[in-house]
Design a protein around this ligand. Structure first.
Ligand SMILES: Nc1ncnc2c1ncn2[C@@H]1O[C@H](COP(=O)(O)OP(=O)(O)O)[C@@H](O)[C@H]1O
Ligand SMILES: Cc1ncsc1CCOP(=O)(O)O
Ligand SMILES: [Mg+2]
Length: 316
């Protein structure tokens, strides 16, 4: 495991078989540096990210993208897609408040992005809630997303192409670990990198599995954080499209670091939302070291229990 970000690279293959990653896998000790490097690259390029998303998530998603250094655009009318989508750096599609009209826009945008060589990512929010959603997602998969990010219940359902029974809307009823095999199978069938979020985030290309351990339990108490992280993944892959597994793991890890740092200053979900955005803005390795010492001497002491902080400190 990389000490700085908590990312673990696990060749998760049957005994005796050599995993065949879609991209060369970084050695364990280079993931931390890579995450900061990609965040820096994102800030320099300020990629334009189109998001066709649910009405709950628009504000948080746009603010998370801005704080990370990307340029969000929540344009969703089907009449604008031919003009706008070919020029974006990546597209994020999220089915959270799906409608017939919305789905038509999503399909047109995904097809346009793909034709223009722009990567797009899918967030299959509440895919188990209705046949309408499941069929919509299965249709979107045919348009070849670069990355699919969902919670464990969503990935389990989508991988089996059937609604799972014990699901409860937009939140997960399963642990991320329970969906690792499903994620691998979905990745192989769709050709996409698949990320399952949870206490540990797992990211796979169908052959190897990478884990990212950053984050805070309280993040689940803020609606649309999953949606926001999917948009952040779109931003990361736009600057490193040929290394989508790496970019996806780094995006999840950086978001988790911002959540851990934000939680040091937050009193609950509402203030965490604010501090998470503040933390992401301008976050880099040096800032993190400064905050580590600040909270070490003047904070609650909770920082000592966080893998990231202890790891970063030891790493340096
Ligand atoms: N138990 C947990 N502990 C720490 N972080 C978590 C936990 N559950 C989810 N997260 C984080 O919250 C964010 C949203 O993930 P999740 O809640 O799984 O997605 P969704 O909101 O789509 O259901 C991710 O960054 C994930 O790492
Ligand atoms: C509450 C809700 N209802 C429809 S979409 C949505 C937001 C879901 O956001 P997330 O998947 O990030 O929790
Ligand atoms: Mg979600």
């Amino acid at each position: 495991m990389d000490r700085q970000t908590g990312i673990t690279a696990t060749p998760n293959a049957p005994a005796g078989k050599i995993p065949q990653p879609s991209e060369p896998l970084l050695p364990d000790d280079q993931w931390g540096h890579r995450a900061w490097e990609l965040l820096q690259k994102l800030r320099l390029r300020a990629p334009l990210i189109q998001c066709i998303t649910n009405v709950v998530s628009m504000d948080l998603m746009a603010n998370v993208l801005l704080a990370a250094g990307a340029s969000p655009a929540m344009l969703s009318s089907i009449d604008e897609i031919s003009d706008f989508t070919p020029g974006v750096d990546a597209l994020c599609i999220n089915i959270g408040t799906l409608s017939e009209d919305g789905l038509a826009s999503m399909r047109a945008a995904a097809a346009t992005a793909a034709a223009a060589g722009r990567p797009w990512v899918l967030d299959p929010v509440a895919v188990n809630a209705s046949d309408f959603r499941m069929e919509a997602c299965l249709g979107l998969l045919e348009l070849r997303p670069a990355v699919i990010r969902g919670n464990a219940s969503e990935i389990l359902g989508l991988a089996s192409a059937r609604r799972i029974r014990n699901s409860k809307g937009v939140d997960s009823s399963h642990q991320s670990f329970d969906a690792v095999e499903a994620a691998k199978s979905l990745s192989r069938s769709s050709g996409a990198i698949v990320a399952v979020s949870g206490d540990v985030d797992y990211i796979t290309d169908g052959h190897v599995v990478v884990g990212a351990r950053n984050g805070d339990y309280m993040v689940q108490k803020i609606t649309a954080t999953g949606c926001a992280i999917t948009a952040l993944i779109a931003a990361f892959i736009s600057v490193e499209p040929l290394r989508a597994l790496e970019a996806t793991a780094c995006a999840l890890s950086i978001f988790g670091v911002a959540a851990e740092l934000g939680m040091e200053m937050a009193a609950g979900p509402a203030s965490l939302r604010m501090h998470l955005i503040d933390s992401l803005d301008g976050l880099n390795e040096d800032v993190l070291v400064f905050f580590f010492f600040f909270f070490f001497f003047f904070g609650s002491g909770a920082i000592l229990g966080k893998s990231l902080w202890a790891s970063i400190f030891i790493y340096r």
